[in-house]
Ligand binder design. Structure first.
Ligand code: DX5
Ligand code: ZN
Length: 218
């Protein structure tokens, strides 16, 4: 059986109490940090100085998801700031292979993200350059949206391609992950699950992480 990881997204946490919010999910495998620039997506969150500081106080590694334009220029700084993995969007990168190599050279895991309507096939040849592939299961920009089932066939194709490489490349999904949808995503082949509202929207975020992990692994 595939081992499954759950990464809570602090987009749904209390931004006035980030350190305490991080400690509420200290049994998670990593924390997902959504960086938005109000250009690549129509929303604005936080940037490099805040991510750097979060990294200093977080009990778990940072999984940074960059939803920003001009990402080739900005992403390496997040690796330098201590992110365990840096995810950049294919749609925002002029030179994804070069950027993935640069991230790895700076000690971070390199991860490529695709919006729901972006096909995976043009990126299959660069899988060996990646530690993780993120398939968005909502249009990026906001938490609390409904999971898009139309991405499931792409998850299946990506899983087959990853298995074909024989490399330990993680397959992450992000958006609308709940107890119900995590089952479908896991069955299609995803093994890393980002969950915002279904973790921080509950009384006990650590228990929600545990429940999601158990459901995905069942
Ligand atoms: C959305 C972000 C997600 C978001 C997911 O663009 O990339 O990480 O936090 O939130 P939920 O789990 O509520 O859909
Ligand atoms: Zn995200």
């Amino acid at each position: 059986m595939r081992s499954c990881r759950v990464h809570p997204s602090i987009l749904s946490a209390d931004f006035a109490n980030l350190e305490a919010e991080l400690h509420r999910i200290d049994t998670a495998d990593a924390v997902h940090v959504d960086v938005m620039d109000n250009h690549f997506v129509p929303n604005l969150t936080l940037g490099l100085p805040v991510v750097e500081r979060i990294g200093q106080v977080s009990p778990v590694p940072l999984d940074v998801h960059l939803m920003i334009s001009d990402v080739d220029r900005w992403a390496p700084g997040y690796a330098d700031a201590g992110a365990a993995s840096v995810t950049f969007h294919a749609e925002a990168s002029a030179a994804p292979v070069k950027l993935a190599r640069e991230l790895r050279a700076r000690g971070a895991k390199a991860s490529l993200a695709l919006r729901p309507a972006t096909p995976v096939e043009p990126y299959l040849d660069m899988l060996p350059e990646l530690d993780m592939l993120l398939l968005m299961t909502v249009e990026p920009g906001f938490g609390g949206q409904a999971f898009l089932d139309l991405v499931l066939p792409k998850i299946r194709r990506a899983r087959a391609a990853i298995d074909g490489t024989g490399l330990p490349i993680a397959l992450q999904v992000d958006g609308g992950i709940t107890r119900d949808t995590i089952l479908r995503a896991a069955e299609a082949g995803a093994d890393v699950f980002v969950a915002g509202s279904s973790v921080y929207g509950t009384e006990d975020p650590a228990a929600a992480v545990e429940t999601l992990r158990n459901v995905a692994q069942a």
